[in-house]
Design a protein around this ligand. Structure first.
Ligand SMILES: Nc1nc2c(ncn2[C@@H]2O[C@H](COP(=O)(O)OP(=O)(O)OP(=O)(O)O)[C@@H](O)[C@H]2O)c(=O)[nH]1
Ligand SMILES: [Mg+2]
Length: 381
């Protein structure tokens, strides 16, 4: 490519110069008026920067027509569009990951090198980040603490812990226990990805409310996808002496609900859905629509990587759930995502489960307990 500046008294004469030198294929890159031109008798001049592609003689004939180029490009796009989407998604994920790493690094540098942040507080930030709280939230929290603490406070570990727990607590939303209704059963579908602990959690809730709170509980299994799944809940219901009903078709809810008129709590087990399987997600949505749902709880396995948790919350979002039950708390020690998720999505935590024992290994979500658990990196305080 050749690029050249043309200066003339008028725009027309500048264009004429360009045409003469570069021909009809010249491209205008920029144009502007110059107030004090080199030629003193001109009051102003026009400066145009033009360019021309260097041609090899035989290129002229072999140049494809515009329509041919268009067809070629659109064919290429059609062929590679799905591949491009996959590549684009992968790139997007990489960029997100790089962004997270940069956040971590910036935070690390910030709190390692800023002498005005006392050592104890620096360590607390590190603990929070190691505990899975996002660097942004950890930084914000420590900045607020810096304003509230003075003198000796900066050396008082317990005081700082209590202040951090209070701040963490204020960022956590919990829903409280299942809300019972007078004279009518409360219908509670439990939904979630495959293998997260839905059926086990239902068994825990059923046993807890029947034996500890003397509630009339009914169990429904709408998980007809796997034969073993229904058998699993039926076997538990028999042992625990709790009425059990299978539902093979969403329409059966209307008919069967007559049987549950005197119950306090109807817990509905649903098939595990892979968040990427939109077809089955829509079937689940239909099932929930027929189920008289009063409150819907999404079960998530806390050991999931953070983007898996977020993907699940987003895709299950086509179903109007408000509560989240986190399972498998016993399998990890960094619980910061519970808080991150409360901040990112407007959801409340209802229960936490921390083992396979029925019904012991379940607890109602409590803001202070969760905050302490996040800071200390262990559950069961
Ligand atoms: N460690 C631990 N294991 C759990 C917990 N909750 C459930 N599990 C185990 O997780 C496994 C899967 O539990 P299920 O209740 O069958 O999970 P599900 O979501 O119903 O699975 P699908 O119906 O197949 O989608 C079982 O081995 C449970 O014992 C928990 O809080 N901690
Ligand atoms: Mg199940």
């Amino acid at each position: 490519m050749r690029i050249k500046k043309f200066v003339a008294r008028s725009m027309q004469s500048a264009l004429a110069q360009i045409k003469k030198e570069f021909g009809d294929d010249a491209i205008i890159l920029s144009s502007k008026t110059i107030k004090e031109p080199e030629n003193p008798e001109w009051k102003q001049a026009f400066e145009i920067t033009a360019a021309i592609e260097k041609k090899v003689d035989n290129q002229i004939d072999s140049k494809p027509k515009f329509s041919q180029t268009l067809e070629k490009v659109s064919r290429k796009n059609r062929e590679s569009s799905s591949l491009k989407n996959v590549q684009f998604e992968a790139m997007q994920k990489d960029l997100d990951m790089i962004g997270d790493q940069i956040d971590l690094l910036v935070n690390h540098i910030r709190y390692q090198s800023l002498p005005h942040i006392p050592k104890l507080l620096q360590n607390k930030v590190k603990t929070m980040i190691a505990g899975g709280i996002s660097p942004t939230i950890s930084n914000q929290l420590v900045d607020e603490l810096m304003l509230n603490l003075k003198g000796e406070d900066f050396l008082d570990n317990d005081l700082i812990d209590n202040k951090i727990i209070l701040k963490l607590k204020n960022n956590i939303q919990v829903s409280g226990p299942i809300r019972f209704m007078k004279g009518a059963p409360v219908y509670v579908p439990i939904i979630g990805p495959t293998g997260v602990g839905k059926t086990t959690t239902i068994a825990k809730l059923a046993a807890l409310y029947k034996y500890n709170y003397d509630r009339k509980v009914v169990l429904i299994s709408a998980d007809t996808y796997r034969i073993a799944a229904m058998e699993q809940l039926k076997a538990f219901a028999e042992i625990a002496n709790i009425p059990f009903e299978p539902i093979y078709n969403p329409n059966e809810f209307l008919e069967k609900s007559k049987k549950f008129r005197n119950a306090d709590l109807v817990l509905i087990d649903t098939p595990g859905i892979n968040p990427k399987d939109m077809k089955r997600m829509i079937q689940l949505k239909d099932l929930i629509r027929f189920s008289h749902a009063d409150e819907i709880h999404l079960v998530l396995n806390i050991t999931y990587k953070n983007e898996m948790l977020r993907d699940a919350i987003k895709t299950f979002g086509i179903i109007p759930f408000k509560n989240i039950i986190f399972t498998k708390i016993d399998e990890i020690s960094n619980y910061g995502d519970i808080l991150n998720i409360c901040k990112e999505f407007d959801k409340s935590i209802s229960y936490l489960t921390f083992g396979q024992n029925i019904p012991e290994d379940i607890a109602l979500a409590d803001r202070k307990d969760i905050a302490t658990m996040i800071l200390r990196g262990k559950y069961g305080i």
